[in-house]
Design a protein around this ligand. Structure first.
Ligand code: SF4
Length: 170
């Protein structure tokens, strides 16, 4: 499923220099579209694939480069737009910028699905995985909302062949 046409993406918001979606200063991009519909979702207005504004990958990359920050894809669930996001993710990787991706899918589901979802995950440094589960909500958790969600260190996970969680060093 894609929310893009002609290299354009639907974006519900961009936050320049946030510190809550991963370590350091980051450009966080909120992509439209999510079918997980988690009860208690913090941002149900992003569920609609037609929400937000249509922006080009070129515009987004220019804004990312101007900021010079690491990058976070969130939403919505960017994995529903994996095909559309691959070129932008590749440019972010080529620029040497860290990429975190928030998704309601588990990393096991993404690996099992394969295709563009797995290819997009492959370009991320960290995948924050799994649905938000209200009964497991814990406001003390860093960079995630409920305790089932993991910060998956993608480099270590691929190297070791099993899920390795990212441990913040600050
Ligand atoms: S995956 Fe995220 S955006 Fe989608 S419903 Fe769950 S909490 Fe909301």
């Amino acid at each position: 499923m894609s929310c893009i046409s002609d290299n354009r993406l639907r974006v519900c918001g961009i936050v320049d220099g946030t510190t809550v979606d991963g370590p350091g200063l980051r450009t966080s991009i909120y992509f439209a579209g999510c079918r997980h519909h988690c009860p208690g979702c913090h941002n149900p207005s992003t569920w609609d694939f037609n929400a937000g504004t249509e922006l080009s990958a070129e515009y987004l990359m220019e804004r990312i480069a101007d900021n010079g920050f690491a990058v976070t894809f969130t939403g919505g669930d960017p994995m529903y737009s994996a095909t559309a996001l691959l070129p932008l993710a590749k440019r972010i990787c080529n620029a040497g910028l860290s990429l975190w991706i928030y998704t309601g899918f588990t990393i096991e589901e993404i690996f099992s699905a394969g295709g563009d979802m797995a290819a997009l995950a492959d370009m991320a440094d960290v995948i924050v995985d799994g649905p938000f589960i209200e009964s497991l909500k814990d406001t003390r958790l860093l960079f995630r909302g409920s305790s089932n969600q993991r910060l998956v260190d993608m480099t270590a996970t691929k190297k070791n062949g099993h899920v390795v969680e990212y441990t913040p060093t600050f």
